[in-house]
Design a binder for this molecule. Structure first.
Ligand SMILES: [Zn+2]
Length: 421
């Protein structure tokens, strides 16, 4: 990459106005491969639990292998837009193939992504549309967090597909494209590379994004600089074991980190106002929401059947309580966290989808639906009135991801990776 700044500018111009769905992304990658058959190869790398085909586009080039993964959690669609723009750019610019080979793993949880399409296909989302149709699987059903760990062997078909790809590609740079709801941009890495904070800060400032200085998910982690955090060798989730064993494993970044630098890139969907919320008060809000929704489950249990949403709704109630513990135990990272206002909405949204999915709406079930819908609306108003969310243009959020990827890829080759845009 002769000039990383101009590459970033040109690749960003290819970002659309809305992220493609997982299916649309795979179709577009096929078209790219069809247009450049000598350069590209598209391969089926696995099938999801429901049988959906999982595909990867490889753009052959130099020795530095970069592997980029979209939709690591299915409520995180920004990366689909970044992948599409980058795939178009690196295929049509010979300079991008001189030193790097590019591997685009379209979507690591196609089934989960489909369950989020009621909100992802109407862009930009509102806080209400996002949370009302939100789906994020229970932790042991998340491909991203079911990689091997000591005493965790519950690898999902999607996880096995990505493991095989990582073992085959042996990426020098691996990037899993996460996105958050609010707050600032940050990254987690397998190794404490000292240049990462500079790359992160450059990409955040050129896309008008704040840098997240104390993300709750990284509380207590080592940091080579503002906004960059090093994944602990043992994933914290494996430590949050139930009596029957760990609820999930390590992450794709732990696994890919054995071959090179592995990154989780986090970028928010909304600009929001800062809030004043002591950690203890935030913890109470989370616990109170968990109790309210637990009661809904208890009362509706006798009338409701299992659904795809039920394990997810059950697990997020545990997560709300774990988040409350983290808030209480981390005076710094636990203060002024809007997670306390947003996580209850995720839980209420999935609870509503569980209740709605029931084939027979007995009167008691209808009453629970009405009651939960009312809670959801009240919590949503509380969050919107406090946070004043403004959608971040996709050009900025996906542009941020593109900039970090291209600068990190340039750093692999000794190019001047911080050259201005
Ligand atoms: Zn994520």
């Amino acid at each position: 990459m002769k000039n990383v700044g101009s590459a970033i500018r040109a690749a960003e111009l290819l970002v659309g106005h809305a992220p493609p769905t997982c299916g649309a992304l795979q179709a577009r990658l096929h078209r790219i491969a069809d247009s450049y058959p000598e350069l590209c190869q598209i391969t089926q790398v696995g099938r999801s639990r429901s049988g959906a085909v999982m595909e990867m586009l490889c753009v052959k080039g130099g020795d530095h292998d970069v592997l980029i993964v979209g939709g690591p959690q299915p409520n995180e669609p920004i990366g689909f837009a970044s992948i599409l723009a980058l795939a178009q750019y690196v295929t049509t610019n010979a300079e991008m193939q001189a030193e790097h080979s590019w591997h685009f793993f379209a979507c690591s949880d196609p089934d989960g992504a489909r369950l989020n399409e009621p909100w992802t296909t109407s862009w930009p989302p509102t806080m209400e549309s996002y949370h009302r149709y939100f789906y994020r699987p229970a932790r042991w059903h998340q491909p991203e967090w079911t990689f091997p760990a000591s005493s965790f062997t519950g690898q999902l078909p999607e996880t096995k597909a990505l493991m095989a790809v990582i073992d085959e590609v042996r990426p020098e740079l691996y990037v899993s494209l996460h996105n958050s709801d609010s707050g600032g941009a940050f990254l987690m890495s397998s190794h404490a590379e000292t240049y990462l904070p500079n790359i992160l800060q450059s990409a955040a400032s050129s896309h008008r994004l704040p840098v997240e200085e104390a993300p709750l998910d990284c509380a207590g982690w080592a940091s080579p600089g503002t906004g960059a955090f090093v994944l602990p060798a043992v994933a914290k989730e494996t430590l949050e074991s139930s009596a029957s064993g760990p609820v999930c494993g390590s992450s794709s970044a732990h696994y890919a980190g054995q071959y090179g630098l592995a990154l989780f890139l986090e970028v928010p969907m909304w600009h929001t106002r800062g809030i004043t919320l002591p950690a203890g008060v935030g913890a109470e809000v989370l616990e109170s929401a968990a109790t309210t929704l637990d009661d809904v489950l208890q009362r509706s249990g006798p009338y409701a059947q299992d659904s795809v949403f039920l394990p997810a709704a059950l697990d997020i109630l545990t997560v709300l309580r774990l988040n409350a513990d983290v808030l209480r135990q981390n005076a710094g990272a636990g203060t002024n966290q809007d997670r306390a206002l947003l996580a209850p909405l995720r839980a209420a949204g999935m609870m509503l989808r569980h209740l709605e999915s029931q084939p027979d709406h007995a009167p008691d079930l209808t009453a629970e639906l009405t009651r939960t819908e009312k809670e959801f609306r009240a919590w949503c108003s509380r969050a919107e009135d406090t946070l004043h969310p403004v959608p971040i243009p996709l050009h900025d959020s996906a542009g941020f991801q593109i900039e970090v990827i291209l600068r990190a890829a340039a750093a692999l080759t000794g190019s001047p990776f911080l050259a201005s845009r």
